[in-house]
Write a protein that binds this ligand. Structure first.
Ligand code: FPP
Length: 258
């Protein structure tokens, strides 16, 4: 499947794709290499995928970079992953900014090493004016933690007298770190594992799920095209009886950020 094939009918393709980039460790282990090499190759795969995404009509990519549970990995692997974020932002931010990409980082800032929190802030500030493509990187992110934070925000608003009446889906959605991004149409997980692992729990409500038997470091335009094609073959009904051609309903009524 080439990018052109799908690009001819982008309105039928997913606008917002979320990726669980799984299999870096296995990719390295199968080659007798340290896991960090798999993560490094994973960054390359991420670059290829970001580059290919607009050709498929995708306007927003959300990738799972580091979960709230990943802190339990050995210290040297955690440190390798932090190092990769430092170097990714250091080497790619200018190019992303020039390409019209807005970068947004989902998840808790609290708990991040101070320099990473500063890097993340810089990436967001420096690209805030862009609107051609939205790249959301979930980092120190957990779906349950994000929902807990959204609930806490409602409690704080209520205590301040700024929330009255029943809590709506929109009220809650506004407190999620994805607030303002387009609804998630497609969630892809690589490596053959078939679970969400605490990723985008709220946002997954009407997303199509595609599981691909490819390790993340091998990912790129071809595999993304296959995922987009699988999405195109699904009938989306959003709880109704008839197929709906358009994108998923907003989890919140906030207008799309891109
Ligand atoms: C899962 O593979 C992948 C991760 C935990 C991290 C993904 C990170 C990157 C692709 C690179 C850094 C990210 C950014 C945003 C620059 P795994 O280690 O769980 O693989 P395994 O299941 O085969 O062990």
């Amino acid at each position: 499947m080439s990018a052109e094939t799908v690009a001819t009918a982008p309105e039928k393709g997913p606008r917002h794709v979320a990726l669980i980039m799984d299999g870096n460790g296995r990719w390295a282990e199968r080659r007798g290499l340290p896991r960090v090499v798999g993560h490094r190759e994973g960054v390359q795969a991420l670059r290829r995928t970001i580059k290919a995404a607009p050709d498929f009509g995708i306007r927003c990519l959300t990738v799972f970079g580091f979960s709230t549970e990943n802190w339990s990995r050995p210290a040297d692997e955690v440190s390798d992953l932090m190092g990769l974020v430092r170097s990714f932002v250091g080497s790619d931010l200018k190019r992303l900014e020039a390409a019209g990409v807005r970068v947004r980082v989902l998840g808790r800032r609290k708990g991040l090493p101070a320099d990473i929190a500063a890097i993340v802030d810089r990436a967001e500030t420096q690209t805030a004016h862009n609107d051609r493509f939205l790249l959301q990187v979930a980092f120190n992110y957990g779906g349950r933690a994000d929902l807990a934070d959204a609930a806490q925000r409602l409690v704080d608003l209520a205590r301040a007298g700024e929330l009255s009446g029943d809590v709506t889906e929109e009220d809650l959605g506004l407190g999620l770190s994805t607030a303002g991004s387009p609804p998630v149409d497609l969630i892809v997980r690589t490596s053959g594992e078939q679970r969400l692992s605490n990723f985008l729990l709220w946002e997954a409500a009407y997303a199509e799920l595609v599981f691909q038997d490819i390790l993340w470091p091998d990912y790129g335009a071809e595999a993304l095209g296959q995922a987009v094609a699988a999405f195109g073959s699904r009938e989306r009904r959003f709880g109704g009886r008839d197929a709906v051609e358009d994108a998923a309903p907003e989890a919140t009524t906030v207008k799309a950020a891109v």
